[in-house]
Design a protein around this ligand. Structure first.
Ligand code: UD1
Length: 418
């Protein structure tokens, strides 16, 4: 267990390269379970990625890290059960389900853990696999999924564009018999990255203009070399850190288009934002203006993963900002922590009303979840005096060396290892 000590008030100034996207690397690693030997570049050093590598090894594949690259091998044999400890460590482990059934004809796992963001059902994942011929039973928190004769293509209409259910369906369909037609799918950049990886491995996947995804199952997928897209949420977090401290930041190795909705909000807050082909520069005013109403939506709308860090910025903006969380029902667990710093926030159901405070004051804080934890750190960076932040295991799931990067930009932050 370790914690941060943060002395707030420093402007963040400088430049930063952004690591690969956790939420893209995870489904790509899950897909690697059914592909030939692959070389996957730009994999961030995060605990969630470490868990994914362990799961791959359990399934009989090889997975080793060389710098920012992970080399996977198809391997043979392996287990169709993921140990409970690994499932509990990360909710996204559910994204291995489709690949496991495709690889082994069976999967047995405990229901997933990870960030607690209210009820996070997996009914859409299961309905899709069952349409593809999998038999699914669920008893005592354990899920048993089997398809001894293999999966078959099917028509799948998602009632909500779930990111994970879309990924699971694409992976399962890649080697299923026949065609899968997937409508109502999520369109996040991380999904396009997964499709790109699978196409590189020989998968027949077509993305139509109306968002329908057609997958013609192939017998076997070979390996490929792939570069994971940059992490748009990490980039957005650092930009918010610059914004909340009145700083100036150049983020490099990003896809500015992936950040469009967040950049629009930061511009509305009075930041000067310019972008090139793979960089974004932000110069914040001394005091941010309130941002109006920010509603989280599926991509290309404003991402739920940016809601907490943008809220941290709103706590010191001039005026009132309203957040409406449309994706997860319980994603305001960072609010009581921000309030300890003196933030003025009222929540009611899915809405949070933030009235900018003149100043925040350092406090003893805890990370409640991954992105909520980042919001708490940002609040502490803007606060006068010293804060301590515990619960860093949440941060380590999604940010590679958050404290090192912030310190290089001028923040007074140190990690105390206990
Ligand atoms: C992914 C991201 C997460 C992000 C989220 C929304 C990864 C590893 N995680 O999570 O960071 O916050 O997308 O952009 O990529 N739902 C159901 N039934 C299902 C599946 C989902 O009702 O079977 C609901 C969820 O409860 C939630 C909403 O759909 O309210 C969105 O979930 P989903 O898009 O599936 O998010 P994840 O894939 O879990």
């Amino acid at each position: 267990m370790s914690h941060y000590i943060i002395r707030g008030g420093n402007r963040l100034v400088g430049a930063l390269g952004i690591h690969g996207a956790k939420n893209a690397a995870l489904p790509v690693l899950a897909a690697a379970a059914i592909c030939g030997d692959s070389v996957i570049h730009n994999c961030p050093r995060l605990t969630d990625i470490g868990v994914a590598m362990k799961i791959l090894r359990h399934l009989g594949c090889g997975a080793r890290r060389e710098g920012d690259t992970i080399v996977t091998t198809r391997g043979t044999g392996g287990d169709c059960r993921i140990p409970d400890g690994l499932m509990g460590a990360m909710r996204s482990s559910i994204v291995f389900l489709g690949g496991m059934v495709a690889r082994h004809g069976c999967a047995e796992l405990a229901l997933p853990g990870g960030c607690e963001l209210g009820a996070r059902p997996i009914d859409l994942h299961l309905a899709a696999l069952s349409r593809m011929g999998a038999r699914i039973t669920e008893t005592g928190g354990r899920l048993v999924c089997s398809a001894p004769e293999g999966l078959r293509g099917a028509r799948i209409d998602l009632s909500f564009p779930s990111v994970g259910a879309t990924e699971n369906t694409i992976i399962a369909a890649a080697t299923a018999r026949g065609e899968t037609i997937l409508t109502g799918a999520a369109r996040e950049p991380e999904i396009l990255d997964l499709i790109d990886f699978l196409q590189g491995c020989g998968a027949k996947i077509l993305l139509e203009l109306d968002g329908t995804i057609r997958i013609n199952g192939v017998e076997q997928l070979h390996g490929t070399e792939h570069r994971v897209i940059p992490d748009r949420i990490a980039a957005g977090t650092y930009l918010c850190a610059a914004a909340i401290t009145g700083g100036e930041l150049l983020v490099k190795r990003v896809v500015p288009g992936h950040l469009a909705s967040s950049l629009a909000v930061l511009s509305q807050a009075g930041c000067q934002v310019t972008a090139g082909s793979d960089w974004v520069r932000l110069a914040a005013p001394q005091r941010l203006s309130a941002f109006g109403t920010v509603k989280t939506m599926p991509y290309p709308g404003f991402p739920t993963d940016m809601q907490s860090v943008m809220m941290a910025a709103a706590t010191v903006a001039d005026g009132t900002t309203v957040f409406v969380e449309n994706i997860f029902e319980s994603r305001y667990r960072h609010v009581p922590e921000l309030k300890k710093l003196g933030a003025r926030i009222i929540t009611e159901g899915r809405a949070a009303v933030v009235t900018g405070a003149e100043r925040l004051t350092g406090a003893g804080l805890a990370c409640t979840d991954l992105r909520g934890g980042a919001a708490v750190v940002l609040g502490a960076l803007a606060a006068e005096g010293e804060s301590t932040v515990t619960g860093l295991e949440h941060i380590d799931r999604g940010y590679d060396d958050l404290e090192g990067n912030l310190a290089r930009l001028g923040a007074d932050i140190i990690r105390i290892k206990e």
